[in-house]
Ligand binder design. Structure first.
Ligand code: UN1
Length: 521
């Protein structure tokens, strides 16, 4: 099914402006400033929508001075925020969570306009923000350190976790608000201001979130300058990343971006928290519940038009079920409602930009050259209705082997299917990619599931059983190994990345014994 466009660029512009205004953004000033900057030949960031592929309006881009000033504000806020008790800091995040609930529809509307997600997925993303705020509020009373026994009488060893300093968050277009919230909800309870550089493709969601965060700060009596926002391209990002006043840079996006950030920040001995590419696979074993597997696979591979870092990109199917599974998947893919994400029943919206569609075309051509067979999808739809947009039917390609194109992350809905006979071989192929984010096995056999989760099983940061690779909850640590960058965000003990640890040895005796029994006169 193809869903014709039900909106125009002008309507989407109005929808975006209304949502921004509802979140507290002064839209008259915002658009006037943007127009003035554009007319004067200044640098701008142009808000746009993938639904029609057209521009909405220009916004003022940050200059190097703006970036320096944003960091200065964060540094100044840090001086009071770091000594504000953590549970009091949690109050700000509690208020932010409440505002996010109140403005869930506005933020979801902006996510749909800027990223092209269906309303359900857009709401889900905002819900992810609300959930991480809940988690962070609870954590604000549990930023606990350990106490260790000292080898010396009358002594005690303990560790204390202190705020780290301003955190830079560089986020990607595909989860324009959730990834910011994972970082900022935790950073703020940990005592750190957050300077945010969103993707150039999603400035509006960033403006809306920042307005709500600033309101939460005001209403909870927090200092100004906890949430500075900078807009712009990679140059703006580099200015921020290179600033020695920023001890932690949390960056989400491509591997080349992460490599650049990692080297720059390491050069000044800063810390990075990287969440980069994924090339996520699922193993489908002979005992898999195929009804469940089909649903899990289609959501993970075609949902969000294949533009999640957790998107399922590779299937390793046991030969005994491969034909049956692929037949069923192809059937579902043929019927997938592709098109205007705001149309009733839509499941697959647009790709974010033409270059994503070009990458998909090139990958499919290469896969065919490598001996692959496109079983379904890959074709562009709605080219007449929306010539500047890129709507594509998600593709399934049967591959004879895991060639280079399969080992590469193409940020579009392409699912490569390969077969296996022996689970150990399948796991070897599974792990033979540069990325290590998410993975899954569909099986009814507990031994196979345990093997996949064991030390010699999947090498990813996320290893699922009988669910797909995407759609993680915020309670767990999120991130992965190898070229995925090694960072962990949101749940579990990820909060530690945003703090510095001090080890304290306290002597409550009248003696001064030295450790290791050293005698010093
Ligand atoms: C991302 O694509 O960068 O697990 C994040 C998921 C979502 C987050 C994805 N909760 O698919």
């Amino acid at each position: 099914a193809v869903l014709r466009l039900t909106t125009t660029t002008a309507e989407l512009r109005e929808r975006a402006l209304a949502a921004l205004a509802a979140c507290g953004v002064d839209t008259a000033a915002l658009t006037a400033e943007g127009e003035r900057a554009a007319a004067g030949g200044e640098r701008v960031v142009t808000a746009r929508t993938p639904l029609t592929g057209e521009d909405l309006f220009p916004l003022v881009a940050s200059t190097p001075d703006h970036v320096d000033e944003a960091v200065a504000q964060a540094v100044s806020a840090f001086t009071t925020w770091r000594t504000t008790p953590a549970p009091v800091r949690g109050f700000l995040v509690k208020r932010l969570g409440a505002l996010l609930v109140e403005h869930l529809e506005h933020l979801a509307a902006l996510v749909t306009v800027e990223v092209g997600k269906t309303p359900s997925e857009a709401r889900g993303e905002v819900q992810e923000m609300v959930d991480v705020c809940d988690l962070a509020v609870g954590l604000s009373r549990q930023l606990t350190g350990r106490t260790m026994p000292s080898e010396r009488p009358g002594h005690r060893l303990q560790e204390t976790w202190h705020p780290l300093g301003p955190v830079a968050v560089v986020s990607a277009f595909n989860f324009p608000v959730a990834v910011w919230s994972w970082n900022s909800a935790l950073a703020v309870v940990c005592g750190d201001p957050v300077v945010w550089k969103p993707s150039e493709l999603t400035p509006l969601t960033a403006l809306a979130c920042t307005a709500l965060a600033e309101r939460a700060a005001r209403e909870s009596g927090a200092p100004e300058g906890l949430f500075p926002l900078v807009l712009g391209d990679a140059e703006v990002g580099r200015r921020l990343v290179d600033d020695p006043r920023v001890p932690l840079v949390s960056a989400t996006g491509s591997v080349p971006m992460g490599r650049d950030v990692a080297a720059r920040v390491a050069g000044r001995f800063g810390r990075t928290l990287l969440e980069l590419g994924g090339n996520n696979a699922a193993v489908v074993a002979p005992t898999a519940d195929l009804d469940l597997a089909v649903r899990g696979i289609v959501f993970a591979a075609a949902g969000t038009a294949g533009q999640r870092c957790t998107t399922l990109r590779r299937l390793l199917v046991h030969t005994s079920v491969a034909d049956e599974l692929t037949r069923r998947l192809v059937e579902v893919y043929r019927r997938l409602p592709v098109g205007d994400p705001t149309a009733p029943g839509a499941l697959v919206g647009p790709l974010v930009a033409p270059r994503a569609a070009e990458a998909m075309e090139a990958a499919l051509a290469q896969a065919v050259a490598d001996g692959g067979e496109v079983l379904v999808g890959g074709e562009r739809v709605l080219a007449d209705d929306a010539p500047a947009a890129r709507y594509v039917r998600p593709a399934i390609v049967r591959m004879p082997a895991q060639t280079d194109v399969v080992r590469t992350e193409t940020f579009a809905p392409v699912l490569y299917v390969m077969t296996y006979d022996d689970l150990a071989d399948a796991v070897a192929v599974h792990n033979d990619v540069p990325q290590g984010l998410s993975s899954a096995i569909f099986t009814g056999d507990v031994r196979e599931a345990e093997f996949f989760m064991a030390a010699d099983g999947s090498d990813c940061g996320i290893v699922n059983v009988n669910i797909g690779t995407s759609g993680a909850e915020i309670g767990g640590a999120f991130g992965g190994e190898k070229e995925t960058g090694g960072g962990r965000e949101s749940g579990s003990d990820s909060w530690r990345a945003y703090m510095r640890r001090a080890t304290n040895t306290v002597n409550a005796s009248h003696e001064l014994p030295l450790a290791q029994g050293v005698d010093f006169g």
